[in-house]
Design a protein around this ligand. Structure first.
Ligand SMILES: [Zn+2]
Ligand SMILES: [Zn+2]
Length: 514
């Protein structure tokens, strides 16, 4: 879209006392289009003259124009002298040109439109500048710009106010049958997809809200008042981190719709709900039990549900240290690292992430939350917050430091963002969940074509611990590196050395010959 289109949404100039003649209006309109070439002018001129003649015939005043009138014009059975040849022309094309003319009249103040935003052109230009700053690919940036103007044009054609914009209205816009008077190549209607319209309109509205032009909407509060009271309590009295609260909210929100109001809960429905959830995510059922017990205890304390329900939640049988941690040997870890390429920014970033995982045994969440100033380059330390609120300082190995430096120097987009790792595509936001780190690990494994390895980013953490133990390190030092707050957590690695365990295992009495 050109800057010319922005200007047309500028402040409405004051009307002169005498309304100009149709000829003068047409001339002004055509000169506003002059950049589009002479051939185009002729087409516009014929269409608009026809429209003005039709208006005259029906005694419709220019000031009362709206899209309903343009639609009537589009459908009229033409007997207008001199113009009836237009019957044979594709009428949508003529109507599209007439709509541009109507928009011109609105912009110049000849047709009353209630613009509830002052200096719209200014905001649009500021939006365009923001889009440029966010370094999108050219086509994407252009889509954001032109669809912002399209949305504005659609609102005006539909005679809707900015103050009325809500998700339902954006949905209507996304699906509208487009006849909007926006700039189009050779005046042709070009359909933009539903998804694109929705995404672009949302972004623009968010921008206007951020500037205070539109009233900002309160973030959607938890509709469940019991749950929001509980989460508030978790935060304030238990000091739960944002990640914990996110997890608790998600799990409670998935269970409560099956249960209804807490006062109605009974043992049978609770058990049924658990059974269903345990089938959906069998791996995390013990965490769900913990979450629901905590929630029910809170509700009992508030007098919102019956105390006996605490015993209704089934226990999950789980033996401590019953499984072996999955790991890969040191040679394979080195192979994975060696297979990380540095040909493009994604590969440079992924290599730095893999090295952090492999050398320091970081959790995916640690990588996601890492900030630029967590690294003390002078002292050679990196600060990691982990699951607790207490940050730990870990020494930064040479190869990890080199990989991060290479990322900062050549691959990290130049953005105003505190997070160390950001996405490679504009607008270069930080990762929103640790699952994205797991995704990076699986892509690296795929690229390295090393097959048959366990998935997930934790594999590096397990491997680091296991390989340290095998190299003769004590459990205590492994616990320090992994930043375990309790030695019991580290104890899981005490059983990984199967060959050594075989040596010290006592023969089973039944095997002895008598
Ligand atoms: Zn006609
Ligand atoms: Zn449209």
């Amino acid at each position: 879209m050109s800057s010319r289109s922005f200007a047309s949404f500028g402040p409405v100039p004051c009307r002169t006392e005498d309304p100009p003649t149709h000829d003068a209006l047409l001339a002004a309109f055509l000169s506003s289009l002059s950049v589009e070439g002479a051939a185009c002018s002729v087409l516009y001129s014929a269409g608009v003259r026809h429209f003005l003649h039709w208006l005259d015939q029906r005694g419709i005043a220019l000031g009362s124009l709206d899209d309903g009138i343009v639609q009537r014009f589009e459908k009229h059975r033409c007997h207008c002298p001199g113009y009836s040849a237009h019957e044979k022309v594709y009428k949508a094309d003529i109507a599209a040109r007439v709509r541009r003319f109507v928009r011109f009249l609105e912009d110049r103040g000849y047709v009353d439109v209630t613009d509830d935003i002052d200096d719209f052109g200014g905001h649009l230009a500021a939006y365009s500048a923001t889009i440029t700053k966010q370094q999108f690919a050219k086509g994407v940036a252009q889509a954001y710009r032109s669809d912002a103007e399209h949305f504005a044009a659609w609102l005006r054609v539909s005679r809707l106010a900015w103050a009325d914009v809500d998700p339902a209205l954006i949905e209507r816009y996304a699906h509208h049958d487009c006849r909007c008077p926006v700039y189009r190549k050779r005046g042709k209607l070009v359909r933009s997809g539903t998804k694109r319209r929705r995404r672009c309109a949302r972004r623009f509205i968010e921008f206007l809200r951020g500037r205070g032009v539109l009233a900002s909407v309160e973030p959607v509060a938890d509709t469940d008042s019991y749950m929001s009271a509980y989460l508030g309590w978790l935060k304030q009295h238990r000091g739960a981190t944002a990640e914990t609260i996110r997890r608790y909210r998600a799990d409670i929100a998935r269970l409560t719709p099956m249960l209804g109001e807490p006062s109605q809960w009974d043992a049978a429905s609770l058990r049924r709900a658990f059974e269903r959830r345990s089938k959906e995510t069998p791996g995390s059922i013990s965490l769900i039990v913990t979450i629901m017990r905590s929630y029910i205890r809170f509700l009992i304390g508030q007098g919102e549900c019956r105390p006996a329900l605490l015993h209704a939640i089934p226990s999950v049988q789980r033996y401590r240290l019953s499984t072996l941690p999955r790991y890969v040997d040191a040679v394979t870890v080195e192979k994975i690292i060696a297979a990380c390429g540095t040909r493009c920014p994604v590969e440079v970033r992924d290599k730095a992430i893999i090295l952090l995982l492999a050398r320091l045994g970081l959790r995916a969440g640690d990588i996601r939350d890492m900030r630029l100033n967590d690294i003390d380059w002078r002292a050679g330390y990196i600060q990691v917050k982990g699951k607790t609120r207490r940050p730990d300082r870990l020494p930064l190995p040479q190869d990890v430091g080199d990989a991060i430096l290479a990322y900062l120097a050549s691959a990290r987009p130049k953005v105003d963002e505190e997070h160390l790792f950001v996405r490679v595509q504009a607008p270069f936001r930080p990762f929103s969940s640790s699952a994205e780190i797991a995704g990076i690990v699986s892509r690296v494994l795929e690229r390295s074509s090393i097959e048959g390895l366990p998935t997930g980013s934790h594999i590096f953490r397990h491997s680091l611990a296991t390989n340290m133990l095998r190299a003769g390190a004590g459990l205590e030092s492994v616990g320090t590196i992994l930043r375990h707050s309790s030695p019991e957590t580290t104890a899981i690695y005490a059983k990984v050395d199967l060959p050594m365990l075989m040596k010290i295992a006592q023969p089973w009495p039944g095997d002895q010959s008598c």
